[in-house]
Design a protein. Structure first.
Ligand code: 13P
Length: 257
C-alpha cells in the first residue's frame, strides 16, 4: 500500500556535466517497468538541479527531482542560501531536511529542521525528514530516544494530512559512508519505532501512510533484504547512487529477491 521510494543523495559530488552523464546512464540502466512499483528521486547539488530538471523533462525520464537542503525563508538577505520557492520553481518534488551531515557539520538544530519541513510543505514539495543516532548513543541504549526527539521536533505543529504524505529517513550515523549497514532486523526495529513516534505525534492514519526509508551503506547486495522489511518503505542512498550501475541495481532490488 505504501509505494517504496528510493532516493539518491549525491551529497557534494558531480558537476553539471557529470550530472547529465549519470542521469543519462541511469536512464539506460533502468527500464520503465523497473519504476512501476517504486518511486525514484535524485538529489543533486544545487548547481546541477537545472541541468537534471532539463534532462528529466525533455527525455520524460521516470525519476523525480530532489534537493538536499534549503533555507526556510522565501527570499531575502540570507547569503549563500536557496529558498524552497526557488526549488519549487524548478519542479523539485522532494527535499531532504535535517540530514545528519547538515546537523553535525552545519549546526542545524531540530527547530531549524522543523521550520524547513514546514517551508518545504508550504511550497507543495515533500520533505524527507532525517533522523539517526551516533555509535555512542546506540551503545548507550539511547538510539530510540534520539530519533523520537528528532522526529517529534521535526514534525511539530504539522497537520496530520501533511505528515501522512511525508517521508522519514532513518539513517544511523555509524552506518553512513562506513560500509557498515544496520542489520535488516535492527533497521526494521528502528523504522517500526519511527512509525510509532509518527503515530504518537500525528495519529495512526498518518503513521500508516508515511514512508520510512532506511539509509546508511545501502548497496545492491543488501537492498533487497532491507526493502523486504515491513516498516522499511525505501532507501536513502549515498555512495552507491553515484554510479548508474549500482544505483540501478538498488532500484531493481526486486530482481534480487
Ligand atoms: P551512504 O549510502 O554513502 O552510507 O550514505 C547514506 C546517506 O547519508 C544518504 O543520505
Amino acid at each position: 500500500m505504501r509505494k517504496p521510494l528510493i532516493s539518491g543523495n549525491w551529497k557534494m559530488n558531480l558537476n553539471h556535466f557529470e550530472a547529465l552523464k549519470l542521469v543519462q546512464e541511469l536512464s539506460y540502466q533502468v527500464s520503465r517497468d523497473d519504476v512501476e512499483l517504486v518511486d525514484v528521486s535524485l538529489h543533486p547539488p544545487f548547481t546541477d538541479i537545472r541541468t537534471v530538471q532539463t534532462v528529466l523533462e525533455s527525455d520524460r525520464l521516470p525519476f523525480a527531482l530532489g534537493a538536499q537542503h534549503c533555507y526556510h525563508e522565501d527570499a531575502g538577505a540570507f547569503t549563500g542560501e536557496v529558498s524552497p520557492a526557488m526549488l519549487a520553481k524548478l519542479n523539485v518534488a522532494y527535499v531532504i531536511a535535517g540530514h545528519s551531515e547538515r546537523r553535525e557539520i552545519f549546526g542545524e538544530s531540530d527547530e531549524m529542521v522543523n521550520l524547513k519541513v514546514k517551508a518545504i510543505l508550504q511550497h507543495g514539495m515533500t520533505p524527507i525528514l532525517c533522523c539517526g543516532e551516533t555509535l555512542d548513543e546506540r551503545e548507550a541504549g539511547q538510539a530510540e530516544q534520539k530519533i523520537a526527539k528528532q522526529i517529534t521536533a521535526g514534525l511539530a505543529g504539522l497537520a496530520s494530512e501533511h505528515v501522512g504524505g511525508m517521508v522519514v529517513a532513518y539513517e544511523p550515523i555509524w552506518a553512513i559512508g562506513t560500509g557498515r549497514t544496520a542489520s535488516a532486523d535492527d533497521a526494521q526495529a528502528m523504522c517500526a519505532h519511527a512509525r510509532a513516534i509518527v503515530a504518537e505525534v500525528a495519529g495512526e492514519a498518518a503513521a500508516a501512510t508515511v514512508r520510512i526509508q532506511y539509509g546508511g551503506s545501502v548497496k545492491p547486495v543488501n537492498a533487497a533484504e532491507l526493502m523486504s522489511q515491513p516498516d522499511i518503505d525505501g532507501a536513502l542512498v549515498g555512495g552507491a547512487c553515484l554510479e548508474a550501475e549500482s544505483f540501478g541495481r538498488i532500484i531493481q532490488y526486486r530482481l534480487a529477491e
